[in-house]
Design a protein around this ligand. Structure first.
Ligand SMILES: Nc1nc2c(ncn2[C@@H]2O[C@H](COP(=O)(O)OP(=O)(O)O)[C@@H](O)[C@H]2O)c(=O)[nH]1
Ligand SMILES: [Mg+2]
Length: 261
């Protein structure tokens, strides 16, 4: 029996997703790394259906009310403003993709408001392969705080082990002129953070799917390349580990029980 059903059509990423702005991107290239591409072809041929799941941990950080939960809900549920989250503890969504013929998942972690007290448990950050730092484009001081959030998240991870994204939300609230000005400031901060910048609206959905496809593609390619260097059996969640059915269920069960502070 296959491990799980094929992913939905709108989660199949067949071409390498572009960055939002070439001035603030992590990779300039427009195709997969040739080594990763070859490895994918070999693995897709070896894989008997969807029997193994590769997954990376993504953490979303930023001030309260900048729009983190809405961003996740827009992508994962295609809704705006309905709160699906638990009121205590941390929570995550699992989004399944198919990239280069292989199944791949992002485990996207959201806080339950602990950022209000600047009190996020280190377990939230640990093992992240992607850190998404979010700010509100209509509230510029939240941009200033992103570096603080990033350093907190980086402290819990190995140096150079994470992709960092800087995401400005609520672009629907800004005029074209304001948007351009804010983006310019954000691009400067993104350069200091070594982050890729995106500007989105969860309300209209603008750039949300494009952004997460880009996250998935970069994390997936990185996981494949790391896999080629290391033994898959020693990999951990967040390093693109391969999980079987039971391990995945156990991990989900365990994390759901954890409370944050
Ligand atoms: N206009 C607009 N409002 C947004 C957008 N994203 C979030 N919001 C609003 O901002 C507030 C905080 O959003 P939320 O996702 O809960 O923020 P969080 O505390 O960072 O998780 C809510 O009232 C949302 O309706 C957006 O893209 N556009
Ligand atoms: Mg929230």
């Amino acid at each position: 029996m296959p491990f799980c059903p094929p992913v939905s059509r709108d989660r199949i990423i067949s071409t390498f997703p572009k960055s939002y702005n070439p001035e603030a991107c992590l990779q300039m290239k427009d195709d997969w790394d040739p080594k990763a591409k070859m490895a994918c072809q070999d693995r897709a041929a070896l894989l008997q259906g969807f029997d193994r799941l590769k997954m990376s941990k993504v953490v979303v950080v930023g001030d309260l009310n900048v729009g983190k939960t809405c961003l996740i809900n827009r992508f994962c549920k295609d809704v705006f403003e309905r709160d699906y989250k638990a009121t205590i503890g941390v929570d995550f969504e699992i989004e399944r993709f198919e990239l280069s013929g292989l199944p791949y998942s992002l485990q996207i972690w959201d806080t339950a408001g602990q950022e209000k007290f600047k009190c996020i448990a280190s377990a939230y950050y640990r093992g992240a392969q992607v850190i998404i730092t979010v700010f509100d484009m209509a509230d510029i001081k939240t941009l200033e705080n992103t570096q603080q959030w990033l350093s907190e998240a980086l402290r819990e991870n190995e140096p150079n082990s994470c992709f960092v994204f800087l995401v400005g939300t609520k672009r629907d609230l800004l005029s074209a002129e304001e948007c351009e000005r804010t983006e310019r400031d954000a691009i400067n901060i993104a350069a200091e953070m070594n982050a890729e910048f995106w500007s989105v609206s969860s309300k209209t959905g603008e750039n949300v799917q494009e952004f997460f496809f880009r996250v998935a593609a970069l994390a997936f390619e990185d996981a494949i390349l790391k896999d080629l260097e290391t033994e898959p059996s020693t990999a951990q969640i967040g390093d693109g580990s391969i999980l079987n059915d039971t391990a995945l269920e156990n991990a989900q069960e365990k994390q759901k029980k954890k409370s944050c502070c």
